[in-house]
Design a protein around this ligand. Structure first.
Ligand SMILES: Nc1nc2c(ncn2[C@@H]2O[C@H](COP(=O)(O)OP(=O)(O)OP(=O)(O)O)[C@@H](O)[C@H]2O)c(=O)[nH]1
Ligand SMILES: [Mg+2]
Length: 313
């Protein structure tokens, strides 16, 4: 189902092959699965995956581009995936405008792509994880994944990252809680973005006080002030990223994270495949159970148990 030469193109990190592969991933379905099954096995540890999240307009894309350009200056190739759950109906064009990383996108060896939603089941988090397999096959040492931090879907997307940066602009004050609690918990680095604006120092102090409250752990999330516009604080942020990357290499942490991630992906695939199989092979049984549960004649767990038994036969 997939074009000859696509996998070879990916191995060589050709932009056209990458774009094509990510379109297939985005659409989901048979072609995506064929592609994923045909990707070469891991020869290295895979990329350091850096997640960047935060409220709408927090300056995430600007931060990703500034960081990416700094990495390029240091001789590293970077891939960026901007995942946008908020506009499943807009398609590519508007998204393309929002992801203004033109300087990074045109840097040699770099690749920038936005991804809206996935046609098939599985959701954004699955699509993001699948996309990372493509970037790994292309040999990128660093992949940055941007998503707006507003809901559970986005927290799920951030689970694909080794290191999560939460970007919060000054002026949020006590509304830091506006950022989803779940995202605060998975952040490894807090960035006060747009630090050239007034109120950055207070925001840093506020976040530091909050981080102090967290229980003792091998990694205490640093709080850094960064201005993408004035290119300030980027060096410190890169250092923090490197430090966190090193910590992950210690004591097989990376392997443990990888196992958790693999389990999550398989679990989602099992759920999807089982559900799809039921809907295509046993539509009447599914319909009967939906009716019974909606009328509270049955509970969903009994219904699920009965439907799963149908899969065995
Ligand atoms: N003053 C200042 N403005 C910035 C900085 N970084 C970004 N901005 C501005 O903030 C606005 C949003 O920036 P983006 O980088 O698109 O923010 P985003 O978080 O990616 O936005 P969404 O993806 O739409 O949620 C733009 O108008 C930027 O010019 C900064 O360091 N300082
Ligand atoms: Mg953005």
């Amino acid at each position: 189902v997939i074009e000859a030469g696509l996998i070879d193109g990916l191995r060589r990190a050709e932009s056209r092959a990458l774009a094509r592969a990510l379109t297939l991933i985005e659409e989901g379905g048979e072609a995506a699965r064929t592609l994923l099954a045909g990707l070469p096995g891991a020869e290295s540890d895979g990329p350091h995956v850096i997640g960047i999240t935060g409220p709408p307009g927090a300056g995430k894309s600007s931060l990703v581009e500034a960081l990416g350009l700094e990495m390029v200056r240091r001789g590293q190739a970077v891939a960026v995936l901007a995942v946008d759950p908020s506009s499943p109906f807009t398609g590519g064009a508007i998204l393309g405008d929002r992801v203004r990383m033109t300087r990074l996108a045109s840097s040699p060896g770099c690749f920038v792509r936005s991804m809206a939603t996935r046609g098939a089941l599985g959701g954004l988090a699955s699509a993001a994880a699948d996309a990372l397999d493509v970037f790994a096959a292309a040999g990128f040492p660093i992949v940055m994944v941007e998503t707006v931090g507003v809901g559970q879907d986005e927290v799920d997307v951030m689970h694909v990252a080794d290191t999560v940066i939460l970007a919060l602009p000054p002026g949020l004050g006590d509304d830091v809680q506006a950022a989803k609690a779940g995202i605060m918990e998975i952040a490894h680095i807090f960035v006060v973005s747009k630090a050239d604006l007034p109120g950055a120092d207070q925001a840093v102090a506020h976040l530091r006080a909050m981080v102090e409250l967290a229980p003792e752990s091998p990694w205490r999330p640093p709080v850094l002030a960064v201005s993408a516009q004035e290119e300030k604080g980027l060096r410190e942020l890169l250092e923090a990223l490197t430090d966190h990357g090193k910590l992950l290499q210690l004591e097989g942490r990376r392997d443990a994270v990888r196992r958790v991630r693999a389990e999550r992906r398989i679990r989602r695939a099992v759920e999807d495949l089982a559900w799809r199989k039921l809907c295509s092979e046993q539509p009447e049984a599914v319909g009967t159970e939906v009716e019974a549960v909606s009328r509270r004649h049955r509970d969903p767990y009994t219904a699920a148990g009965d439907l799963l038994r149908l899969l065995d036969s």
